[in-house]
Ligand binder design. Sequence first.
Ligand SMILES: *Cc1c(COP(=O)(O)O)cnc(C)c1O
Length: 383
Amino acid sequence: MRVYLDHAATTPVDARVLEAMLPYFSERCGNASSLHSFGQEARAGVDTARAQVAAAIGARPAEIVFTSGATEADNLAVLGTALAQEERGRHIVTSAIEHSAVLEPCRFLEARGYTVTYVPVDGRGLIDPDDVRRALRPDTVLVTIMAANNEIGTVQPVADIGRLTRERGVPFHTDATQMVGTLPMRVDELGVDLLSISGHKRYGPKGVGALYVRRGTPCRRLQHGGEHERGRRGGTENVPGIVGLGAALHLAGALMEEERRRVEALRDRLVATALEIPGARLNGDPARRLPNNANLSFEGTDGQSLVIGLDLQGVAASSGSACSSGSVEPSHVLLALGLAPELAGAAVRLTLGRRTTEAEVDFAAAMLRQVVTGLRRGAPSRV
Ligand SMILES: *Cc1c(COP(=O)(O)O)cnc(C)c1O
């Protein structure tokens, strides 16, 4: 049995999405900027996708900027709003548990004279909106707080943060890569001005995403070259990818309610079984979390060995640890929760998907027990 439980890292392209994309690789091969009928067909595909992406988050089509993925969308949100407001100030508010696609552009700005406030999280990974309020300064040009965390699945109080950024007139960006298409979200209800989306996290293709930019939000382009995307991102549109992103979000919206219930029940079953293993703990918030996310630590093990051990048994998971310069470092997210480094380094993330079955979940839980037991036996001094 081979079981894929790493849907937070990427998802397979849904057959219906692939079908929608295929004509745009061949018959409808035009450049969306061309005047002839081939170009107009491509343009129509992009327009439909723009409307589908906008509908998925309650935005207007003109507020969607297609990008090469959520990493580019995050970079455009952070650097683009900073550049557009150089006169206003050089202070940014973010959280300690953001994705590197937000943290690294923030660090880039820090090295160039900006100040960044990293709001902490509690033991479950939740941000206190009052901490965001206290962090705001007259020279704050952006608040960027993710909607749901990719490692522990914690869903943040985005609407509460949106209310206070709106009161203060500060642009608010949320990286919603893990949330769009999974849980309902409307930009007006959340009070967000910028929102990042990725295709491949929602059964669409890799290498395509979008940034929602509310009308009137200061955001300078980073990619110069052409007047594509209303002058907000130069470059010939990735027409098949964009069509796939639109189809993927449209489909995710239609399946959302049923999928949420089904996947959540399977996830709860997996977590309950896994917690029967001695020395196991669930990381993140037990209730306020993405329906498909299970993140667990097992005392006396290490994340990398768990992932390798599970893979040998046919189960694909993630350690949530970043391998940098040859050494495996515990996740910055788990450390921010206050986990001891040994427990943060002993974590495994299992993320379920659209095709995950009960039999797969039970198999994964059994393999988890076997691998954990094996690792402890191999390293008795660490139990
Ligand atoms: C995957 C992910 C990204 C990066 O998305 P890409 O489209 O792969 O560039 C950014 N933020 C979060 C929260 C993610 O999960």
